[in-house]
Design a protein around this ligand. Structure first.
Ligand SMILES: O=P(O)(O)OC[C@H]1O[C@H](OP(=O)(O)OP(=O)(O)O)[C@H](O)[C@@H]1O
Ligand SMILES: O=c1cc[nH]c(=O)[nH]1
Ligand SMILES: [Mg+2]
Length: 210
C-alpha cells in the first residue's frame, strides 16, 4: 500500500504559492519564493529523520538530549526547474549531498526524455529527497525515481510545490514506497499537460527563458 501523500496546509506555504502563481511575479521574486517554499516544505519532509540520545554538558548540569543520528541525506533536483529548489533545501540541511537528473518533457508526446544523471557515489546509503517544483503527468518524477532506484537507493521521498491529481496518482501507483510531499494539489491538466490553475512553466519562470 502506498503512503498517503502529504499536502501542505501551512498558511505561510499557501501564501507564498499564491504569489508564485501570479503571472506578474518576476523572475527574481519567483526564485526567492521557490527557495522560501522549499525551505518550509523541507522542514516537514525531514520531520522523521532519525535521532540518537547524547549527553551534553550545559553550564548547569549534564543533559540527556537528542541530536540527528547522522543518517546521510541527498537532494536530487530534476533539471532544470528542480535547481531552483536546491538553495532552499541546503539552507535547512547544509551537509546534504546533491545529485542531478536531467529530464525534459518532449513538447509533442509530453513524455520525459533523459539527458543527464550524476548522483553521489554512496546514494544507496542515503535518504534521498527528489525535488521538482511541478508534478504534472508524473512521467518525469516516475522516471527520475526509477533512475535513482537503479543506482541502489532504497529510501526515497519526492517533494514538489504544485501537483496535479493525475501526476500524484501515477506517481503513487508507480512508486508506492515513496512518500510524496506537495505544497498544493491543483485541479487538473490542460490539453498541453500543464497544471490548472498551476503557475505556468516553472523552468521558464525561474530562468527567464520565455
Ligand atoms: O510530470 P510531468 O508531466 O513529467 O511534468 C513535470 C516536469 O515538467 C517540468 O520540466 P520541463 O520538462 O519543463 O523541463 P525544464 O525544467 O527544463 O523546463 C517540471 O519541472 C517537471 O520536471
Ligand atoms: O504546469 C506545468 C507542467 C509541467 N511543467 C511545468 O513547468 N508546469
Ligand atoms: Mg519547463
Amino acid at each position: 500500500m502506498s503512503a498517503t501523500p502529504f499536502i501542505m496546509d501551512h498558511p505561510l506555504i499557501q501564501h507564498k504559492i499564491a504569489l508564485l502563481r501570479d503571472k506578474n511575479t518576476g523572475s527574481k521574486e519567483f526564485r526567492e519564493l521557490i527557495a522560501e517554499v522549499t525551505m518550509l516544505m523541507c522542514y516537514e519532509a525531514t520531520r522523521d529523520l532519525p535521532m540518537k540520545e547524547v549527553e551534553i554538558e550545559t553550564p548547569i548540569t549534564i543533559a540527556k538530549t537528542k541530536v540527528l543520528a547522522g543518517r546521510k541525506l541527498a537532494f536530487v533536483p530534476i533539471l532544470r526547474a528542480g535547481i531552483g529548489m536546491v538553495d532552499g533545501a541546503l539552507e535547512l540541511v547544509p551537509a546534504a549531498k546533491v545529485g542531478h537528473i536531467g529530464l525534459y518533457r518532449d513538447p509533442v508526446t509530453h513524455k520525459p526524455v533523459e539527458y543527464y544523471c550524476k548522483l553521489p557515489a554512496d546514494i544507496g546509503e542515503r535518504e534521498v529527497i527528489v525535488i521538482d517544483p511541478m508534478l504534472a503527468t508524473g512521467g518525469s518524477a516516475i522516471d527520475a525515481i526509477k533512475m535513482i532506484k537503479r543506482r541502489g537507493a532504497k529510501n526515497i521521498k519526492f517533494m514538489c510545490i504544485i501537483a496535479a491529481p493525475e501526476g500524484l496518482n501515477a506517481l503513487t501507483e508507480a512508486h508506492p514506497d515513496v512518500q510524496v510531499y506537495c505544497g498544493a494539489l491543483d485541479d487538473h491538466l490542460n490539453e498541453n499537460k500543464y497544471i490548472v490553475p498551476g503557475l505556468g512553466d516553472a523552468g521558464d519562470r525561474i530562468f527567464g527563458t520565455k
